[in-house]
Design a protein around this ligand. Structure first.
Ligand SMILES: [Zn+2]
Ligand SMILES: [Zn+2]
Length: 220
């Protein structure tokens, strides 16, 4: 079961099966809200087996220091995105269209940098972490973007796509490309690869969730 929490500008996901996996941590300075939300879901210090970061953007790892100090679990990120986490700030953001260029000057900020406990390269089975599923490398938005695919084909794809406009404020279920992508061609390939697996539901970092049908209709 996947729970979605809006923490600042981005969604945080809580996968609860035999164990709990926390996916992303939201925008900075929201750790109290995030922790309270996690406790409300019944998440306890020792029930968490993994803290997974979909990619190295500040609005997704903003509360990593506070969260990792509470839960007894390793932090994992893809090797290509580790630099941003260690610096505690976004690496270069390449706008995909005009709005990306317009909002870019407002996206600065920094937290205390930190190092992960695990680096992911191509794939990671979540079985040892008490969840029926896997993590796969789906580059494009960033070089090290990761997605989670559960056995029931529910997916968490980070910022590979987003839902609606202004962080999902309008039309949150309408699939769109993110405002930023390091490599659009690579992003398209990653999206096609995921669609090939016929997702039952697609959770994204902003807005959503999305359906397979809506994405297919828009021909990404
Ligand atoms: Zn991002
Ligand atoms: Zn984001």
């Amino acid at each position: 079961m996947i729970h979605s929490l809006k923490v600042g500008r981005a969604n945080v996901f809580v996968i609860q099966e035999e164990k709990t996996i926390i996916v992303d941590t939201g925008s900075p300075k929201k750790s109290d809200f995030l922790l309270q939300s996690l406790y409300k879901l019944g998440v306890t210090k020792n029930s968490v087996s993994l803290i997974l970061l979909t990619h190295g953007h500040l609005d997704h790892f903003g509360n990593i220091n506070e969260i990792r100090s509470v839960f007894n679990a390793p932090v994992a990120i893809h090797r290509e995105d580790v630099g941003a986490l260690e610096k505690g700030q976004d690496s270069y953001l390449k706008p995909t269209r005009k709005r990306g260029a317009l909002i870019k000057p407002f996206l600065h900020g920094k937290i205390k940098g930190t190092s992960p406990d695990m680096l992911i390269d191509t794939t990671l089975s979540l079985k040892p972490f008490g969840v029926n599923g896997k993590v796969v490398h789906t580059p494009g938005h960033t070089d090290g973007s990761l997605s989670v695919i559960l056995k029931n084909k529910e997916m968490i794809i980070g910022d590979l796509l987003m839902g609606g406009h202004i962080g999902g404020f309008f039309l949150p279920h309408k699939p769109r490309h993110h405002y930023f992508a390091h490599n659009m061609d690579t992003a398209q390939k990653s999206i096609q690869r995921l669609l090939h697996e016929k997702p039952s539901k697609i959770y994204v970092g902003h807005g959503g969730p999305l359906t397979f049908r809506d994405i297919q209709k828009r021909e990404f």
